[in-house]
Design a protein around this ligand. Structure first.
Ligand SMILES: Cc1ncc(COP(=O)(O)O)c(C=O)c1O
Length: 462
């Protein structure tokens, strides 16, 4: 693809062959799913994710519209989503796109923060668990799916975090841990007070709970106090929900201030430590521990898909809460328990992370993140990132697909975030820095980003 003279077809080999129906559903009698230009066609790069999110039609118009967009990208050779990695996640990856094309890239889009996904000891432990317990757990945990290896992981995590009287509930994903916990713990007559930037899985749990929802300004305990002052008068259960390291911006939450404010008004606190467990705090115990408030958190969720290098999630809470959630979180009660091999691997990641291996890797992770932030901040907008998650803002959604394709072709894989995951017009690339990246890889990635920013017009003046 020549990015200097870039021409794009609209989903057929020749522009003239395109009819409006190629981007619209066959019988779209109500409002079109995307606005039309003079020729009756919206160019695929002008189509955004949210255009196919809603539909009030009887026909499956949004599905037709979305597929027309997807085919247009594929025919233009720019569809880089779900490109299959040909090996385990590493700092460099070879991927095969749906078109069959193979690309080699620096990998800044995986959560494999400490490189445990393919660590020899983790793999060995996973294989051992597979041999001992088989492929699947065979039932939901509350019935017959709990295996001895699940108990071992629960005990190891409880001992690691160390709050008296707290224990662990395992879920088959971090997403499920948030949805299950919030929907079980909060009821229709309760109030949830949410940071405006909380993750989609928290929002889903919140919606399922049926509780009343209030928001406070992002990472702003002063505004939280204003909201709490008002809602405390309702005299009902109040739960304040935050993340530790915000996944869309890479900011560090002021958890200690949130806790002090919440407790002042009798509210409980929920923290999603997806992007901080094993990565910071004493022996990797996370950000709540680092800020000295771990024992004051009412509900703490962690995921095994990030620093642990596996998949799954856990709630850490007072034992009575755990017993209740184990029964009343529907996605735990009605879904199979964590698979044994992953459980074995996660036990091994935890053992590595809390010891000297973890200390070394955490130090390298922090150095790498600091190095990359200072490189990028010279010419790019990286917002308020203070962590290993670094957003690079490019603004309008319209740049998303060509930019994503361009980066992959020139050898850089990053995440892509756009509305409605983030506010409209604040679209961004998202880089996950790991302890495993070398300085050369960081510098090469920064150079690629500067070049991209110049071409796509988001490079800040010197
Ligand atoms: C803040 C946060 N919470 C929860 C999740 C869901 O975790 P999982 O991928 O383990 O289901 C994610 C995933 O990206 C996340 O970023």
């Amino acid at each position: 693809m020549n990015y200097n003279q870039r021409t794009v077809s609209l989903g057929k080999t020749d522009k003239t062959e395109i009819s409006p129906s190629s981007l619209l559903p066959p019988s779209n009698k109500t409002k079109p799913l995307c606005a039309l230009n003079k020729q009756g066609v919206k160019h695929y790069t002008d189509c955004t994710f949210d255009m196919y999110l809603e539909s009030t039609d009887i026909d499956i118009t949004e599905i037709h519209g979305f597929n027309a967009w997807r085919e247009a990208c594929l025919e233009d050779g720019t569809y880089g989503f779900e490109a299959a990695r040909l090996h385990a996640q590493d700092t460099e990856v070879t991927v095969q796109r749906e078109s069959g094309e193979t690309l080699c890239m620096l990998n800044f889009s995986s959560y494999n923060y400490l490189g445990y996904t393919a660590h020899s000891q983790v793999i060995k432990a996973a294989k051992h668990a597979l041999d001992q317990f088989g492929l699947g757990a065979g039932n939901s945990p509350i019935l017959s799916g709990t295996l001895a290896i699940h108990k071992e992981l629960e005990n190891n995590l409880s001992e690691f975090l160390g709050v008296e009287g707290y224990s662990i509930s395992l879920f088959s994903s971090g997403y499920g841990a948030n949805v299950g916990t919030l929907s079980a713990y909060m009821k229709t007559n309760h109030v949830l007070v949410l940071d405006t930037h909380v993750h989609a899985s928290i929002m889903e749990g919140v919606r399922l709970s049926g509780s009343e929802i209030c928001y406070f300004k992002h990472n702003n305990p002063q505004h939280l106090e204003k909201v709490l002052k008002r809602v405390a008068q309702t005299n009902s259960r109040i739960l304040v929900c935050i993340e530790s390291v915000y996944s869309t911006e890479g900011e560090i939450a002021c958890i200690a201030e949130v806790v002090t404010t919440a407790k002042k008004y009798g509210a409980k606190v929920f923290v999603d430590e997806a992007h901080s467990t094993l990565l910071t705090g004493p022996h990797g115990r996370g950000l709540c521990a680092e800020q000295g408030v771990l024992d004051q958190i009412d509900l703490l969720v962690m995921t095994f898909s990030k620093a642990f290098g596996g998949v799954g999630g856990a709630l850490y809470a007072p034992q009575k809460v755990i017993h209740y959630v184990n029964w009343y979180a529907a996605c735990r009660m009605f879904s199979c328990a964590l698979d044994p091999a992953v459980t074995g691997g996660v036990i091994a990641s935890l053992a590595l992370a809390k010891g000297s291996d973890g200390e070394l890797k955490r130090a390298r992770l922090k150095e790498n993140a600091q190095h990359m932030r200072s490189l990028l901040a010279t010419r790019l907008d990286i917002g308020k990132s203070e962590s290993w998650i670094i957003p690079v803002f490019y603004g309008t959604e319209k740049k998303s697909y060509p930019l994503h394709d361009y980066l992959q072709r020139v050898g850089l894989d990053t995440g892509l975030m756009q509305y409605p995951a983030v506010p409209r017009g604040r679209a961004r690339l998202r880089l996950f820095i790991t302890s495993e990246h070398t300085s050369e890889q960081l510098e090469k990635a920064a150079a690629i980003l500067f070049e991209a920013a110049e071409r796509f017009d988001f490079l800040n003046p010197r």
